[in-house]
Ligand binder design. Structure first.
Ligand SMILES: NC(=O)c1ccc[n+]([C@@H]2O[C@H](COP(=O)([O-])OP(=O)(O)OC[C@H]3O[C@@H](n4cnc5c(N)ncnc54)[C@H](OP(=O)(O)O)[C@@H]3O)[C@@H](O)[C@H]2O)c1
Length: 284
């Protein structure tokens, strides 16, 4: 097998959640470009149809599953539906659906914990943590029949750092990293063959999507966030997809329990010697 072959996903079946837009949509298309058939899930059917269309354009099979992952029992139904579409198989799970606290109108809530209403805390934990556990639980029996089983939980570099004013989000993303590490060990000798069911977390930094639209479009907020990024810019979703394909593929066959950071250097403890200015928070 050549090194480029190790990144190919031909013959595999994948499920990507949160694939109607943003990082999840880009990852679903990238997996298809690498050769995987892909079932895609989110709440919005119309947007999912676009993802399905893009996957079919690259010659792979695609299937749309509309579901609200905050609803109890929904995660298991999504997994069963995807596996049933693939004839009882599932090799790759990218659980990417996730939220940050928002107001009713969808704008971001960047508030210290003591001011964050508990329903918003519960929403974030429900989608980011509870659905992660439920989807992994449901996927195990299918992954257990695969010799190329790989799970990628879309966490965040904020799960490895503090996330002031985004405590619910940071705690939920840290929980996903812990879940990935724990499952990596629990499932290391499961699956067919010798590779186990691999479980990793992928930890992007500030990436341009709907989730970060307000932060990227309000200039003082964007400048403040990006001044903390050594690369000095936002990532595009296409800069996250390579890491997802790596973790899904045999190129990472001995990588499990890892938190792979794709953040332009944001999470590197900074001595300040480079001299990059750290402006005052516009939120302070
Ligand atoms: N953007 C960043 O800077 C960044 C950085 C680090 C990590 N991340 C993580 O990357 C993942 C994707 O983020 P993104 O920026 O691409 O966000 P996004 O553009 O807001 O997309 C979120 C996706 O999740 C789906 N989703 C949200 N709530 C759902 C629910 N209750 N049930 C089912 N599907 C749901 C959305 O689809 P519907 O609305 O159609 O349901 C959409 O497809 C998240 O886990 C996020 O935490 C993002």
């Amino acid at each position: 097998m050549t090194i480029m072959d190790q990144f190919r996903l031909d013959g595999t079946c994948a499920l990507v959640t949160g694939a109607s837009r943003g990082i999840g949509k880009a990852v679903a298309i990238a997996l298809a470009e690498a050769g995987s058939d892909v079932a895609v899930s989110a709440r919005t059917s119309g947007a999912l149809d676009e993802t399905v269309h893009e996957i079919e354009k690259v010659g792979r099979k695609a299937h749309r599953i509309a579901a609200e992952l905050a609803h109890s029992g929904a995660a298991a139904k999504v997994v069963d539906h995807a596996a049933s579409y693939f004839g009882g198989r599932l090799d790759i799970l990218v659980h990417n659906a996730g939220i940050a606290p928002t107001q009713e109108d969808g704008t971001a809530m960047i508030l210290p914990l003591q001011d964050l209403p508990m329903p918003q805390w519960e929403d974030v934990i429900s989608v980011n943590v509870n659905a992660s556990a439920a989807i992994c639980r449901a996927a195990h029996r299918y992954l257990n029949n695969s010799d190329k089983a790989s799970v990628v939980l879309m966490s965040s570099v904020l799960g490895l750092m503090g996330a002031p004013r985004l405590e619910a989000y940071g705690a939920s993303k840290a929980a996903q990293i812990s879940l990935a590490r724990s499952l990596a060990v629990s499932w290391a000798r499961d699956g067919r063959g010798q590779k186990g069911i691999r479980v990793n977390a992928l930890c992007p930094g500030w990436t341009l999507t709907d989730m970060t639209k307000v932060a990227s479009e309000v200039k003082p907020l964007s400048d403040w966030l990006i001044n903390h990024v050594p690369n000095g810019r936002w990532a595009s979703v296409d800069e996250v997809t390579g890491a997802a394909v790596f973790l899904a593929s045999q190129a990472s066959s001995y990588v499990t329990g890892h938190a792979l950071v794709v953040d332009g250097g944001l999470g590197v403890p900074d001595s300040g010697l480079a001299g990059f200015p750290k402006p005052q928070s516009p939120l302070a």
